[in-house]
Design a protein around this ligand. Structure first.
Ligand SMILES: NC(=O)c1ccc[n+]([C@@H]2O[C@H](COP(=O)([O-])OP(=O)(O)OC[C@H]3O[C@@H](n4cnc5c(N)ncnc54)[C@H](OP(=O)(O)O)[C@@H]3O)[C@@H](O)[C@H]2O)c1
Length: 358
C-alpha cells in the first residue's frame, strides 16, 4: 500500500503535535486539518504548509471571513483520508463518530473520551497487537500513558500485585489562560472521587491490573507529577533488578536530583535544551534517586509532560489500526523520527548522534 493518508480533526494542544509527528513518518501523509475558529493557531496551519478544512459549512464561511482559505468541510477532508485522528476537546468526539463511520475512515480518539467511544483503548507497549486492523481505538490519556509504560514493564518482568499512585495534576496547558488554579490545590475531581478514574483506564490496556489513584490539581502548567507505590508480587526483588528492567523500558527517561534536576521545571528545561519542538518531553521522566525498593514495594517519582507523552502512542495507534506494521517496527520508526529516547539522561546526552532535534 502507499502512504497512510491521515486527517486530523482539531489543531489545539494535541492536534498540532500529531500533525508535526505525522509529517515526520516515512509511511504517512498528512492530507489536512479541520478547525473551527479563525484564530492565530489557524495561521500556523498555513505557516506549516498544511491544508485547512472547516468543521462545517458555517465554519468554512467563518474561516474565510477571518482571511483563511479552507479547502472544504470535514466531510471533504475525510474523503481524502484512510484514517482520522480526532483531537477535539474532551467529550466532544463521540458526536463525531457517526461522521467518521459514514465516511468509511478508521478513527483514533484521544483520552478525554470515555473508553466506550471505541472498542479498544490503546497503549503501544501494552496492547498494540490487540488493536491491529480494528476500525477504531482510543489512545489512553497522558496520565494513563505515563503509568502504563512503567507498570506494563514491571508487570511483565515481575508481576505487579497492585499500584497506588498520587497525581499532582497540571492546572492548565500553557496556552490556556482561563483555567486554574493559580494558588492552592484543588480536588480532582470534586466532589471528591477516591479512587479517581485513572486506575480503571490503566486496566483497559493492562487487564486485571489493580491501580488505585488519588488526584489533585496544582498551580503548574508543564507537567503532571506522579508519586508511585508499586507492590510487586515477588517480595525478594531488589532495586538493582527493578532498575535493570526500567532502564530498558521504551520512552522512559531517568534523571537524578543530584545533577540538579529537582523539579518538573528542570524537566521542561531539558526538552528545550535538547532542541525538541515546543520543549516537548515524550518520555515518562523518573527520578532515579527516588527509586526505592522496600520489602517488595517500589517507590518513585515521575513527571509526565501532558502535552507530549501521548504523541508517540498516537503515531503507533495509526499504524496499529491500519495494520501496516508490527509493534516493534512501529515503535522503532516513531522513536527514531521523533528523537524519543530511553535510559539515563546523561548517557543519552553522551551518545550525541542519536539525539535528534524534533
Ligand atoms: N491537553 C492535554 O494536555 C491533553 C493530553 C492528553 C490527551 N488530551 C486529549 O486530547 C484531546 C484534545 O485535547 P486538546 O487539549 O488538544 O484540546 P484543545 O487544545 O482544546 O483543541 C481542540 C481542537 O479541536 C477543535 N475542534 C473541532 N471541533 C470542535 C468543536 N465541535 N468544538 C470545539 N472545538 C472543536 C478546536 O478548534 P478551534 O481551535 O478552531 O476552536 C481545537 O483546534 C482531548 O480528548 C483531550 O482530553 C489532552
Amino acid at each position: 500500500m502507499g502512504k497512510i493518508r491521515v486527517a486530523i480533526n482539531g489543531y489545539g494542544t494535541i492536534g498540532r503535535r500529531v500533525a508535526d509527528a505525522v509529517t515526520r513518518q516515512p509511511d504517512m501523509e498528512l492530507v489536512g486539518i479541520s478547525k473551527v475558529r479563525a484564530d492565530y493557531k489557524t495561521g500556523f496551519i498555513g505557516y506549516h504548509d498544511y491544508t485547512l478544512y472547516g468543521d462545517s459549512p458555517q465554519c468554512v464561511d467563518q474561516l474565510a471571513k477571518g482571511g483563511f482559505n479552507p479547502k472544504g468541510t470535514l466531510e471533504d477532508l475525510l474523503e481524502q483520508a484512510d484514517i482520522v485522528v480526532d483531537c477535539v476537546p474532551p467529550k466532544l468526539a463521540a458526536s463525531n463518530k457517526p461522521r467518521y463511520e459514514a465516511a468509511g475512515v478508521k478513527h483514533l480518539f484521544q483520552g478525554g473520551e470515555k473508553p466506550e467511544v471505541a472498542p479498544f483503548s490503546f497503549n503501544a507497549l501494552a496492547n498494540f497487537d490487540a488493536v491491529i486492523g480494528a476500525a477504531s481505538a482510543r489512545v489512553v490519556s497522558c496520565n494513563t500513558t505515563g503509568m502504563t509504560r512503567v507498570l506494563y514493564a514491571l508487570h511483565s518482568a515481575f508481576g505487579v500485585e497492585q499500584a497506588r499512585v498520587v497525581i499532582a495534576r497540571k492546572a492548565t496547558d500553557p496556552d490556556d489562560p482561563l483555567q486554574g488554579p493559580v494558588d492552592g490545590a484543588v480536588l480532582d475531581p470534586y466532589p471528591a472521587q477516591v479512587p479517581a478514574h485513572h486506575g480503571h483506564d490503566v486496566a483497559e490496556v493492562i487487564p486485571g491490573l489493580h491501580v488505585f489513584v488519588m488526584s489533585a490539581r496544582m498551580p503548574m502548567t508543564h507537567a503532571h507529577f506522579h508519586s508511585l507505590i508499586i507492590s510487586l508480587k515477588n517480595k525478594e526483588i531488589t532495586r538493582a533488578q527493578v532498575m535493570e528492567v526500567l532502564l530498558q523500558t521504551p520512552r522512559t527517561l531517568f534523571v537524578n536530583s543530584t545533577t540538579g534536576v529537582i523539579s518538573t521545571m528542570n524537566v521542561f528545561d531539558i526538552g528545550r535544551e535538547l532542541g525538541r519542538s515546543r520543549g516537548d518531553i515524550y518520555e515518562g521522566t523518573i527520578w532515579e534517586d527516588s527509586v526505592t525498593v522496600d520489602e517488595g514495594d517500589l517507590y518513585m517519582f515521575m513527571a509526565v509532560h501532558q502535552e507530549a507523552i501521548v504523541i508517540p502512542e498516537t503515531v503507533d495507534g495509526i499504524r496499529a489500526l491500519m495494520g501496516t506494521s508490527s509493534k516493534e517496527d512501529s515503535m522503532r520508526v516513531t522513536d527514531e523520527t521523533m528523537g524519543v529516547v530511553a535510559g539515563r539522561l546523561l548517557d543519552v546526552l553522551s551518545r550525541k548522534k542519536i539525539v535528534l532535534s524534533f
